[in-house]
Write a protein that binds this ligand. Sequence first.
Ligand code: CA
Length: 239
Amino acid sequence: MPLEEKNFPSSYVLIIEDEQTIIEFLRVGLAYEGFQVEIACDGWSGLRLFNAQKFDLVILDLMLPDLNGLEICRRLRSANPDVAIILLTAKREIPDRIAGLNLGADDYVTKPFSFEELLARIRAVLRRRGRPQEQAIVTAADIMLNCATHEVHKNGEPIDLTPKEFALLELFMRHPRRVFTRETLLNRIWGFDFAGDTNVVDVHIHHLREKIGDRAKRLIRTNYGLGYSFRPDEDDPLA
Ligand code: CA
C-alpha cells in the first residue's frame, strides 16, 4: 500500500474539550489528516499546553468545567495574534459565539457537526492565515475539484453536487485507493451522532456516480464487505 500523502504537514493543533467522544472523534480525524494533535480536557491545562508550545490552530469548546471558554479565547488571542482559533459551540450559545468572534476567534462550528464540516472550516481559516496546507485544487481522472469555491468540473464541464456529495468526492479524491467503510463515511460526512441508517451512504454514492459519469463503478469502487474506494488509475490490477 502506498504511503498516504499527509494534507497538513507539521501543523500543530490543540484541542481544548472535555467531552471524551468528541475528543476521540477529533483526535482520530485530525491525526489521519496529518495534524500533530495535543489534547487538554480543561481550560487551565489548555492554557498551560498553549504557552509551552507553538500551535497553528486551537479547537476550543466554549463549555468547559473550569474556565469560561470566552476567557480562554481572550487569553489565547492576546498571547498569540497569529494562531487560528475555531470554537465548538452548542445551538443555544449564540451570544457566546458572537462574543467569541469579537474576542478574536476565527470561526465556529455548532454541535453536532460532521468532521468534513469542521475540516472545511479549518482549511478556510488556515488558508486565510497563510499556513502551509494542502492544495485547494484537487484533480484526478478528468475531475477537478476546487475546494475553495466548491466547484466541480469533469472534462471541463461543470457538475452540480450537493454539499454531502462534494464532501464525499473530496474525501475520496484526497485519499485515492483508501477503502472507507460506510461507518467511517457516516462519521466523516454526516457527523459523529448521526442517527440514521448506513443506507444513506449507498444512496449518496449512487447519486455521485451518476453525476460524475461513473455508472460502470470503475472510479468509485464497491469493495464488497468493506466499503468504497476511489481508484483513478487505469492500469489498476483490481480493475
Ligand atoms: Ca464541553
